[in-house]
Design a binder for this molecule. Structure first.
Ligand SMILES: *Cc1c(COP(=O)(O)O)cnc(C)c1O
Length: 465
């Protein structure tokens, strides 16, 4: 049996990591080269003592860890892990359930049923929609679009799961120019190919043009899938989803919404204008490991048409003893067979936060994003490039003698990362280099925002002097 001591020692290592997370250098302090030097070894011929392995690994990887669960990590769109969710995730590893079928883990199946209902309720989506718990929004986009592919072809008499795509009616795929890379990847994996994608122009915040959509969609005959976005990864902007859905549905199109983090905006009346009408879409992809602050990996695929969802994902084999109709087999809704029992971590997060707790995180992070933007903008060498309506901020550092703004912005970004008070990454917006700041962590306080804004401005003023 597993040695109790190993788990207890590991518990101490984990707790020490969390105790130090606020004071540690936020970015990694060791380079890949240094990490390789410390870690690379020949394949051991003989096994080693488990506790020694864990202790040594923890010591050697430490400098290469990024304090992304901590309160001053603003890279990508990340989020930390609320305590009950992290704890449930630990137990998920200990329980080591196979979340494939109800019979392989009845508890996992039932908990997935419960959190699926809670998620629909939190996001204000139809209670009849079906939910699949996947690895992340990449696979959520894939799952939703597989259901879309099934349905738009089925309604024209084509069974894509049986007949494949060769010879199928041409499916018109419409995206905005700011569609996320993972959405395009999902389309590629589903056999659509980038040549078959129509890309519509967007406005200065990245929102799809409605007049162009009207124009293009009128010219399409046959099946259509329109892809809208809730929460642009750079600006945080929302496509005009309600209007997009109305236009698309008038032409019989399926509308998919990629809302990896933005969909959580549905929880607050403050964002009612941005998120209105989203509930009328046909499918929605989102993440729990971003704004809901569940540990990786946790994405959610939601489909209004349960039959299309099931038909595109159903797994059949003689030894898969399917549960009776009324019992959930988690793998029937995702592209996976054996899988992590992802429901437990979601259960921990949602039950410990409640609707109010989730709303509080979203509202606080949005307010903190505006606070960060206004503190930075006090500096005359700072320009905020986006309308800060959500949790994303794009910052450009203005040129001074002998520098162009692009070079200077990249330089400030890398020096901020090196300084270590906080971490923000680089991005490009409207052909400009920018620093991108994402406020998505439950643990971030207003004081963290102030400390981080000061650190960024300190780096900036040192460079200008
Ligand atoms: C992060 C993100 C994705 C991809 O999500 P993963 O969890 O990284 O797979 C897709 N769409 C948008 C808008 C995102 O922000």
């Amino acid at each position: 049996m597993i040695d109790r001591e190993v788990l207890e020692e590991t518990f101490k290592l984990a707790v020490d990591y969390f105790d130090g997370i606020e004071s540690r250098h936020v970015g990694a302090v060791k380079s890949v080269k240094e990490l390789r030097k410390d870690l690379v070894m020949n394949l051991p011929e003989n096994g080693e003592d488990p506790m020694e392995v864990i202790r040594d690994m923890a010591t050697k990887v430490d400098g290469g860890l990024v304090a992304s669960p901590g309160p001053r990590y603003f890279g990508f769109v990340t989020g930390g892990a609320v305590p009950a969710s992290l704890a449930a995730d630990w137990l998920t590893s200990v329980w080591d359930q196979n979340g494939v079928l109800s019979i392989s883990s009845p508890a996992s199946g039932v908990v997935e049923e419960i959190v699926s209902d809670w998620i629909l309720d939190l996001l204000g989506l139809p209670h009849t929609a079906s939910v699949g718990l996947v690895t992340g929004c990449q696979m959520a986009n894939f799952t939703c679009l597989a259901a879309a592919r099934h349905e738009v072809l089925r309604s024209r008499g084509w069974d894509v799961e049986k007949q494949g795509l060769t010879g199928a009616p041409k499916v018109h795929i419409i995206v905005g120019a700011e569609a996320h890379a993972t959405l395009i990847n999902a389309l590629k994996m589903l056999g659509f190919g980038t040549d078959n994608i129509t890309t519509l122009p967007v406005d200065d915040q990245g929102r799809m043009s409605l007049s162009e959509l009207e124009k293009i969609i009128k010219s399409c005959s046959g099946p259509i899938i329109v892809n809208a976005q809730a929460g642009n990864v750079n600006t945080g902007a929302f496509d005009h989803c309600g209007e997009i859905i109305n236009i698309a549905h008038r032409h019989g199109a399926w509308v998919h919404v990629d809302g990896a983090f933005g969909l959580w905006g549905r929880i607050t009346p403050i964002l009612a204008e941005e998120t209105k009408g989203i509930e009328k879409a046909d499918s929605w992809a989102t993440d729990a490991h971003k704004w809901l602050n569940v540990p990786y990996d946790s994405g959610i695929a939601i489909v209004a048409n349960e039959a299309a969802h099931r038909a595109s994902m159903a797994l059949k084999a003689p030894y898969y003893i399917a549960a009776p109709e009324e019992v959930r087999d988690p793998s029937q809704w995702v592209p996976e067979s054996s899988r992590r029992a992802r429901g437990f971590a979601l259960y921990g997060a949602i039950r410990s936060l409640g609707r109010e707790g989730v709303r509080e995180i979203v509202e606080r992070n949005c307010r903190q994003a505006r606070l960060m933007a206004s503190l930075l903008a006090e500096d005359p060498n700072v320009e905020i490039l986006n309308e800060v309506i959500l949790n994303q901020i794009l910052v450009r550092f203005l040129p001074f003698e002998g520098n162009d703004a692009g070079y200077f912005t990249r330089q400030v970004t890398s020096l901020v990362q090196e300084e270590g008070t906080c971490w923000a990454g680089g991005s490009r917006w409207n052909d400009m280099d920018a620093m991108r700041i994402s406020v998505s962590n439950w643990a971030t306080t207003d004081e963290d925002i102030r400390i981080s804004a000061q650190a960024i401005r300190r780096v900036l003023s040192r460079l200008i002097q």
